[in-house]
Design a protein around this ligand. Structure first.
Ligand SMILES: *[C@@H]1O[C@H](CO)[C@@H](O)[C@H](O)[C@H]1NC(C)=O
Ligand SMILES: *[C@@H]1O[C@H](CO)[C@@H](O)[C@H](O)[C@H]1NC(C)=O
Ligand SMILES: *[C@@H]1O[C@H](CO)[C@@H](O)[C@H](O)[C@H]1NC(C)=O
Ligand SMILES: *[C@@H]1O[C@H](CO)[C@@H](O)[C@H](O)[C@H]1NC(C)=O
Ligand SMILES: *[C@@H]1O[C@H](CO)[C@@H](O)[C@H](O)[C@H]1NC(C)=O
Ligand SMILES: *[C@@H]1O[C@H](CO)[C@@H](O)[C@H](O)[C@H]1NC(C)=O
Ligand SMILES: *[C@@H]1O[C@H](CO)[C@@H](O)[C@H](O)[C@H]1NC(C)=O
Ligand SMILES: *[C@@H]1O[C@H](CO)[C@@H](O)[C@H](O)[C@H]1NC(C)=O
Length: 509
């Protein structure tokens, strides 16, 4: 009995050894490394303006040295990130000016251009651009869930100089009392700051400027660009174009509500809702005029202006499907992340504490709230830094209309290139909603795109199709598969490649 059982076990085990799919660590790592290399090779191919030697940048104004950051002395960063400059500068030349913005400036890396300057802002309103710096497009990166900072192969400093600014007043380390009423006030203060910056770093005057950002920066950036185009002598830089990712461009009902239930259907297995609930969602979508909106109204070219589904620009009573979906998603998957729907347990910790749909701090204080970090980057020690400010940066609300309904067409018309990028795994702003916005907007004499956005039309060099891209009359729209809200974080190469295109370094995004 015993020996028979033993024999059976031995036979079973040997069958298992023969049949079982075994993949060893080295093989897994080799295949992963091969895939990573395909992406890295692409980041390293610079079709235009390849420069051979390292770039040296020196500033003649002695005041610049007060802002110098030694790249070997940044806490927790165990490599040299090279020279940079950071600190506070006022928003005007008034010697009594109390309002100051915090910036971090990096010169270009070895292959970057000395002719250009990229400006980056995060959104919110009131969220710090140091998030973009540390987790999206900066020269070193401390990603969510990782033990320490690493080199960012896809740093935008590989393209040119980059200036990260915490704005408007009330954001991050910035100083002073917020008093802006709308986006024009915001633009005037930011341009005021930029002029003060150029007084200290005057070698940067007359460079080609690119304004970039994500999320609520879809409102900020077009208004800042429009301000610069309509005040041509206000800024000693030559604005060329803008790049905005997962931008807030129009009404919430358009960018969140209309496409929400279609989005759930597209990713049905990710949401994993029960069938009863799916039927309830479908019924709501029908009742609220969201169902069938795309088939009927989002045509190429459009058949006239696109209607709102109801009376409200946010959601009619009983039609807030976005919030209903969010609550249900958290029931099924408590780690559900509105910024990237694929997240499941475990929730990864974040050295910046946000964003995510939850509190995810493990080590306190937050990186930029550490005294040694503040000292290294000339940040005020008496500010308790948070990724998104508790202060209302628009004390009485933002009085401006959404940018696509006002200034964006003019900005597209005045710019060489305008790039809108959208991550397809983003639920806080939904790509299909941005398609509605574009099809309802008139620029350069026509409304919307005239020909359909082709599938598989966004090609990553050496990798292949990763979404869609479409160019008409100066506007370029790119949708990125698998990317969440923060495209430079979730799909750094897609962001990098589309920036090369913005800057004229390649002909397609
Ligand atoms: C991009 O920047 C990173 C960080 O500065 C650097 O390590 C990398 O070599 C750069 N890549 C290229 C292609 O210049
Ligand atoms: C940059 O500076 C280094 C050291 O001072 C020097 O060797 C190099 O030639 C300079 N490169 C350029 C492009 O000016
Ligand atoms: C700055 O403030 C001082 C003291 O209140 C005042 O005397 C001076 O006129 C102010 N300067 C300007 C340019 O407003
Ligand atoms: C489309 O634009 C028109 C004119 O600006 C506006 O009245 C309408 O509400 C817009 N529709 C959508 C869906 O945003
Ligand atoms: C189906 O999902 C809804 C929304 O989360 C929930 O209220 C309901 O209890 C679920 N029903 C079942 C059977 O799980
Ligand atoms: C922090 O210090 C600066 C400079 O000393 C001062 O102007 C500012 O009011 C202080 N801020 C706070 C919040 O105490
Ligand atoms: C793109 O693919 C989707 C989903 O398969 C399809 O419904 C749509 O018609 C395609 N679009 C074009 C322009 O071919
Ligand atoms: C913008 O367009 C002008 C005119 O075609 C051209 O001279 C300039 O180089 C362009 N700038 C960029 C950044 O592409």
């Amino acid at each position: 009995m015993f020996s028979k059982l033993w024999l059976t076990l031995v036979v079973a085990a040997s069958v298992l050894v023969v049949d079982a799919r075994q993949i060893r660590k080295q093989e897994i790592h080799a295949r992963q490394a091969e895939a990573v290399k395909r992406w890295q090779n692409s980041a390293h191919s610079f079709p235009v303006r390849r420069a051979a030697a390292p770039k040296n940048i020196t500033f003649s104004n002695p005041k610049a040295s007060e802002f110098y950051v030694d790249g070997k002395s940044i806490p927790e960063v165990d490599f040299d990130v090279g020279p940079s400059w950071s600190g506070l500068l006022p928003i005007s030349a008034d010697p009594n000016e109390t309002r100051k913005l915090f910036f971090w400036f990096f010169p270009p890396g070895p292959q970057g251009s000395l002719d250009d300057l990229i400006f980056w802002t995060n959104g919110g309103p009131g969220c710090s651009s140091l998030e973009g710096f540390l987790q999206e497009n900066g020269p070193f990166q401390w990603g969510v869930g990782t033990a320490k900072p690493i080199v960012n192969e896809w740093s935008w400093t590989n393209l040119s100089s980059v200036l990260w600014v915490e704005q408007p007043v009330g954001t991050g380390f910035s100083q002073g009392k917020p008093n802006i009423r709308n986006e024009d006030d915001l633009a005037a203060q930011l341009v005021g700051f930029m002029q003060q910056f150029l007084e200290v770093f005057s070698e940067l005057k007359h460079k080609k400027l690119y304004l970039t950002g994500e999320s609520y920066a879809g409102t900020y950036v077009p208004y800042i660009a429009n301000y610069i185009y309509t005040h041509p002598t206000a800024l000693d830089l030559s604005l060329q174009g803008i790049w905005i990712a997962d931008p807030s461009l129009s009404w919430d009902v358009v960018q969140e509500q209309i496409p929400a239930v279609d989005f759930v259907h597209k990713y049905e297995n990710v949401f994993a809702f029960n069938q009863t609930f799916m039927r309830q969602l479908d019924a709501l979508a029908t009742k609220c005029n969201y169902a069938g909106y795309f088939q009927k109204h989002v045509t190429y070219p459009p058949n006239g202006l696109l209607p709102l589904p109801g009376k409200s620009t946010s959601a009619d009573p009983g039609c807030d499907v976005w919030d209903i979906i969010f609550d249900a998603a958290l029931r099924v998957n408590p780690a559900f992340n509105i910024y990237r729907i694929f997240d499941t347990f475990p929730v990864l910790w974040d050295v910046l504490g946000f964003p995510g749909s939850f509190e995810d701090i493990q080590l306190a204080p937050l990186y930029f709230d550490r005294e040694d970090v503040k000292k290294a980057i000339h940040a005020p020690l008496n500010v308790s830094w948070a990724e998104c400010s508790n202060i209302n940066v628009f004390p009485h609300g933002d009085g401006s209309l959404p940018s696509a309904l006002t200034v964006l067409p003019n900005v597209i018309e005045k710019s060489n290139r305008t790039v809108i990028v959208h991550g397809l795994a983003d639920f806080i702003l939904i790509a299909e909603g941005t398609r509605i916005v574009i099809q309802n907007m008139t620029w350069n004499g026509k409304q919307g795109f005239q020909t359909p956005i082709a599938n598989d039309s966004f090609l990553v060099d050496g990798v292949g199709a990763l979404g869609t891209s479409h160019i008409e009359r100066g506007l370029t729209y790119v949708e990125v598969e698998l990317s969440g809200h923060m495209v430079p974080q979730y799909s750094p190469l897609a962001a990098f490649q589309s920036m090369q295109y913005l800057m004229g370094m390649r002909d397609t995004p």
